[in-house]
Write a protein that binds this ligand. Sequence first.
Ligand code: GLY
Ligand code: MN
Ligand code: MN
Length: 442
Amino acid sequence: MATPDALDALFPAHLAALADTATSALAATGASALVVGAGFAKLRFLDDQPDPFVVSPHFKAWAPVLDAPGSFIVHVPGRKPTLLFHQPEDYWHKPPTMPSGAWLNSFDVRVLRNPVEARAQVPTGAAYVGEPFAGCDEWGFAAVNPPALLQRLHWARAVKSPYELACMRRAAALGARAHQAAAAAFTAGASEYQIHLAYLEASGHTEAELPYPNIIALNEGAAILHYTQLKRANPPVRRSFLIDAGAQYRGYACDITRTHAASVSPFSDLIAGLDALEQRLCAMVRPGVPYADIHLEAHRLVAELLVEQGVVTCSADAAVATELTSVFFPHGVGHLLGLQVHDVAGHQSAPEGGNSPPPPGHPYLRLTRRLAPGTVVTIEPGVYFIDLLLDRARQDGRGRHIDWDTVADLAPYGGVRIEDDVVATATGPENLTRAAFAALGA
Ligand code: GLY
Ligand code: MN
Ligand code: MN
């Protein structure tokens, strides 16, 4: 980025904190330096075409360069980090553009014409973090992806620096703008595929730049949690629209879901009810709160909503106790978010490792850590009408407490999910997503 940017002022402190974390992680694991690999371009099986390059999250935490196959960062404690930027001489393809911007002043930069030239820059006793590559055993690394080092780096990633939060606010702004365009396309009668194109255009992203494949579902498709079919044809009747789609800024993701109804109906009541309960859950995103508590509260609130909407006929307490809520809400309430859409170490119990499993009966909960100031999580409750799970409930007896007529009325709408990205701060939750929509006047 050539023009001055508010992020420029934040980047040095981000890098310094990252370097401190790396230095203590190295000390704890006995390595003297850290080499972070960006990754490599790879050809498809029996093909001369590459898959889109996806940079390693560790690399983009250090340097906001997403097009960097074959590049490395070298961190020697106490020294300015080195960016070994791979820029091949190539007339078939456009070589990666030399990075620019004030952040680059924090690095010594050397250009590699071939990734193997990095070998001469590997300090003695260095640990390598990155995709293993042919011949890396001979580069003199003390260790390749040692778990004790990775765990410490992964643990620290949950808490974002002010620079990272600023990047995530911008990702949220891009996502909100694109969601708004997608909602307008739905209202105008667009197909799933056309909505997808409207989303891409408004986000300014190519498909490969999205942090995860867009989930854009009309009607029953909304009952498939990760539906990515993008039907070209329009259904004869348009009842509902679920969109789970993100964006990224400097490699930091947003992850946003909205559900729309084509008209006022019991389904639009369900959306309104879920939206209200989602905001109650977002209000729980505070330092010190065990994230599993938010998930369990989500089940309690979903149970109340199912009773209110006449979907289940037992009490809310009974719906939770018998795991009837899991028929309609069969995924976790959210996850860590940042360099990856499902950011790592959600079950880790300490910087040095350990595993905190999800509570019994909730195997899909991706995050069991206690929130700290600066932790960014998604909050994404849902209610779906999934044939497979409804059939199981019918068979195992839980179906006795389901109002099947109501389910038959709602099933053609697929389901509803509302997802926001929220930061736990000392002064309360910061909802990145709602703030981004509000800034658009939405
Ligand atoms: N978009 C994937 C998720 O919400 O976790
Ligand atoms: Mn999510
Ligand atoms: Mn999502």
